[in-house]
Design a protein around this ligand. Structure first.
Ligand code: ASP
Ligand code: MG
Length: 423
């Protein structure tokens, strides 16, 4: 007997037929004698629809009431799944966020899970009832409905798995695992049997949109074993216990997999691309202490995330150019904030470009191997791709390039690191 959390995304929950398919997958897992808790998203498109209603009702909407509205999508699907399971002869009930409750901080529309009261939930699972829990929602300290930010159902699932000490958290989605890169760009992209938490965190944060980034951080902190797998499985597909998807594991578990010959040791695990950043260049900024702080403080105060930053050593006349990236959706706001402070910062011109892309190469193997960066730079230059900026972490190298060269760069790097599947 194992204790399993199964999470289904919006595409899998879109309509009666799909919910019936989900119910069958859940029933099969429970039939293996496992205790099962299911976490569900709203039907695909539903949350967007609800957000629009809020905007129409009041453009300056109160986030607390926004949460009341948008949390309703998951209430519907959790009830429907429990009903469908009952129709298949399973014992099942729903547990809404406020009923457990799932305690969160009060930050409406972007709450964080603090703790989950899981006693009653576990008792009902032990009694053979399949628990269905709406993702995305929780309860604040002052008893109001909260939501966890878009894509938050992944985080709900991991939080529930941690709270009930589940053996595994299976995230059923519309892809069948984590690939070496986007298979729509590189047909030879390979599905990975396993990636580490750290790698998944980097991949999730640089545009491989399989899981909400925060859910990966939580899984790493709590040691939850997460599997990403497809919900579009046919009759006779292998059961999830055979691990048909991609497991997200600790470094130690990865080492064990390599020792057992189940995984190959790889230098690079994945190549991600992100077209959602924009570049800002401030020219002729004074080269003196405090100049850079003057630029980034107002952006931070406005919650604008700055990613890559390059500042050259001052040329003559004690001036320098400062280049950095912000999310494209924040570009106009960032530009306005900086224009307002032109005199205080003391720059000459502001140049922006949203036709850029960030390409990132990720792998824990980089910690112990030299040459990963130079391979990247050489492979790109051989194809005439110009690098406009570089940033690195212990397990990631990112470059900024022209957006039009994104697909070419991803293909070239996939080959350069030997990731192309042999067909
Ligand atoms: N329904 C929410 C959203 O669309 C949460 C989720 O599906 O993860 O953002
Ligand atoms: Mg999602």
């Amino acid at each position: 007997m194992a204790r399993i959390v199964m999470k289904f995304g919006g595409t899998s929950m879109a309509g009666t037929e799909r919910i019936r398919r989900v119910a069958n997958i859940v029933r099969a897992q429970a039939a293996r004698g496992d205790q099962v808790a299911v976490v569900v998203s709203a039907m695909a498109g539903e949350t967007d629809r609800l957000v629009n209603f809020c905007r129409e009702a009041n453009p300056l909407y109160d986030p607390a009431e926004y949460d009341v509205v948008v949390a309703s999508g998951e209430q519907v699907t959790s009830g429907l799944l429990a009903l469908t399971l009952q129709a298949l002869g399973c014992k099942s009930r729903s547990w809404l966020g406020w009923q457990l409750p799932i305690h969160t901080i009060e930050a409406h529309a972007k709450a964080r899970v603090e703790s989950i009261d899981a006693e009653a939930l576990v008792a009902s699972m032990e009694a053979g009832e399949i628990a269905v829990i709406p993702g995305f929602q929780g309860l604040s300290e002052d008893n109001r409905v909260t939501t966890l930010g878009r894509g938050g159902s992944d985080t709900s699932a991991v939080a529930v798995a941690a709270a009930i000490k589940a053996d595994r958290c299976d995230i059923y989605t519309d892809v069948d695992g984590v690939y070496t890169t986007d298979p729509r760009i590189v047909a030879k992209a390979k599905k990975q049997k396993a990636v580490t938490y750290e790698e998944m965190l980097e991949l999730a944060s640089v545009g491989a949109k399989v899981l909400q980034t925060r859910s990966v951080g939580l899984a790493m902190k709590e040691g939850v074993r997460v599997q990403v797998l497809s919900s579009f499985i046919g009759e006779g597909a292998p059961p999830a216990d055979d691990l048909p998807g991609t497991m997200i594991v600790s470094d130690e578990e990865m080492d064990e997999l390599v020792e057992k010959g189940l995984m190959e040791r790889q230098l690079v695990t994945g190549i991600a691309h992100d077209k959602n950043e924009a570049k800002i260049i401030l020219t002729r900024v004074p080269d003196r202490p405090g100049a850079v702080a003057n630029i980034f403080e107002p952006l931070a105060a406005a919650s604008i995330n700055v990613d890559m930053i390059i500042q050259n050593v001052g040329r003559d006349k004690g001036e320098t150019d400062v280049t950095f990236t912000v999310p494209q959706s924040d570009l106009a706001r960032a530009q306005a904030l900086l224009e307002d402070r032109r005199d205080a910062i003391g720059f000459n011109r502001i140049i922006t470009d949203s036709k850029i892309a960030k390409i990132s190469v990720v792998g824990v193997g980089m910690k112990s191997h030299a040459g990963v960066a130079s391979t990247m730079f050489r492979a790109l230059s051989d194809r005439g791709i110009n690098i406009q900026a570089i940033s690195t972490s212990e397990i990631k190298i990112s470059v900024m390039i022209d957006e039009d060269e994104t697909e070419l760069a991803v293909r070239v790097l996939h080959t350069a690191y030997g990731l192309d599947a042999v067909s």
